[in-house]
Design a protein around this ligand. Structure first.
Ligand code: ADP
Ligand code: MG
Length: 433
């Protein structure tokens, strides 16, 4: 299911939704650590390979991604810099009013443009009806900060004539958000040429020189920005995987590089909740700070621990979410679907491809949902906070590491997921209290 309305306008709440200030600040304050963790994990191929051994025995998509990384490592990376535009997602935990980390998106992190636009709209609405509350909507400059990061990453390629290539779907749904970044980059730096090309077309027009420069038509590519290529169906032939590998080993800077892409795999998130594992990458203090946002995550390996997790999920399915190694929304399992699937696969290796996560129970509030062409409806909704972060660096050097702004996405109570492009959620913004 996809939300075609996003081509013209996004669904949203009429008013901002109350959100505790302390929890909001905590999520913002840990974003640079989230970026750093992704950076260091991404640059540790041995750790990623050993952590994903079980998953790749049953999940061809993750296996192919890892193959791209290890092949590129063997051939040699001709670009040492990786560029990440991340969005770490959190839900408010009903029990202690603190944020709990849902996942960190490493590829095609959406709504850094439409998030701030929603902030602006909500500030405008409150200025008319509740002017004393306007200052409780926090500033949100993700629409400017992400483009500034793009420009800095572009400049580090050191060829002003090269282009920023946006890799798209054949038919882009979340067009306003993507084009918003392009317009802003155009305002900041009219000299940077931006070219959008569908991934499927690149199969025929991508060219690589012997010294591993990446050309699209007559243009050398400085920076590749993937807004696609995170779902198995995006790699529709063997050629898709060899193209991804050629891009990874080219001189172009990638957002994300295969390093960052793999750092976002859910299995790694599950393994990294163990502080002893995370301390391989961050200081003990940093790990402690991040751990305050974590909730329970469990592997389903063929072991006593894995069996315990599996049985717990079958006995109390409403307390968990079951997740495969996928992105983009609509892939998780809930309630009776968890019981059915786990009973089917409990004696098969297939179970190793999933992770189990504690269900985060969030408080609901009343708001008005506005969908283009439909009368506004008053509903009970719950919200999910996304914090944007950008990072550029090589294995040994970080050139910048920023927290860049936020987005609040909300959904009707009873709907399991919040993805807007997937057709579940609506744009919102936090009103801090
Ligand atoms: P995807 O990569 O498909 O976006 P997520 O892990 O973000 O996968 O899950 C999709 C959605 O499912 C989230 O946006 C959230 O609405 C819901 N969800 C995920 N994990 C939990 C959880 N632990 N508790 C409650 N809801 C969750
Ligand atoms: Mg998600």
């Amino acid at each position: 299911m996809q939300n075609d309305d996003l081509l013209e306008s996004a669904p949203l709440t009429a008013l901002p939704s109350p959100f505790p200030r302390e929890a909001f600040n905590r999520a913002k304050n840990v974003q640079k650590l989230v970026n750093l963790l992704m950076h260091h994990v991404g640059h540790d191929l041995d750790f990623i390979s050993s952590s994903l051994t079980d998953v790749i025995s049953v999940d061809d998509f993750t296996k192919n991604l890892l193959q791209v990384y290890s092949d590129a490592n063997r051939i040699g990376f001709s670009q040492q810099l990786s560029f990440g535009l991340f969005r770490a997602d959190y839900m408010l935990n009903l029990g202690d009013s603190q944020v709990k980390h849902v996942e960190t998106n490493a590829i095609a992190s959406g709504f850094a443009n439409l998030g701030p636009k929603t902030t602006k709209l909500h500030k405008h609405i409150l200025s008319k009806y509740l002017p004393h509350q306007v200052s409780s909507i926090p500033e949100n400059n993700a629409n400017i900060n992400f483009p500034e990061s793009f420009c800095r990453a572009f400049d580090s390629y050191e060829n002003p004539k090269a282009i920023l290539l946006v890799v798209t779907e054949d038919r882009t749904i979340n067009l306003c958000d993507q084009r918003g970044h392009e317009f802003q980059i155009g305002l900041l730096r009219p000299d940077i040429r931006i070219v959008r090309r569908p991934w499927s077309q690149l199969h025929d027009i991508a060219r690589f020189t012997e010294d591993r420069r990446f050309y699209v038509e007559q243009h050398e590519v400085a920076l590749v920005y993937y807004r696609h290529c995170y779902a198995p169906s995006d790699y529709f032939s063997e050629k898709s995987w060899s193209l991804r590998l050629k891009i990874e080993t080219s001189r172009a800077i990638k957002c994300p590089s295969i390093q960052y892409h793999l750092a976002g795999v859910k299995k790694l998130q599950q393994i990294l909740v163990d502080p002893e594992v995370s301390e391989r990458f961050l200081s003990r203090g940093a790990v402690k700070e991040l751990a305050q946002t974590y909730t329970g995550l469990y592997g389903l390996e063929m072991s006593e621990k894995g069996n315990q997790a599996l049985n717990m999920a079958i006995e109390r399915p409403n307390e968990f979410v079951l997740k495969p190694q996928r992105e983009g929304g609509g892939n998780n399992l809930y309630g009776s679907d968890i019981v059915k699937l786990l009973n089917d696969i409990k004696n098969s290796d297939e179970r190793k491809g999933y992770i189990l996560m504690d269900m985060i129970h969030t408080p609901s509030i009343e708001n008005i949902i506005v969908i283009p062409g439909v009368p506004g409806t008053i509903c009970n909704i719950t919200s999910e906070l996304g914090i944007f972060g950008s990072i550029l660096g090589s294995k040994d050097e970080i050139l910048f590491n920023n927290e860049d702004g936020h987005v609040l996405r909300s959904k009707k109570v009873g709907v399991n997921e919040t993805g807007i492009s997937a057709g579940f959620g609506v744009m919102d913004s936090p009103l801090l209290y």
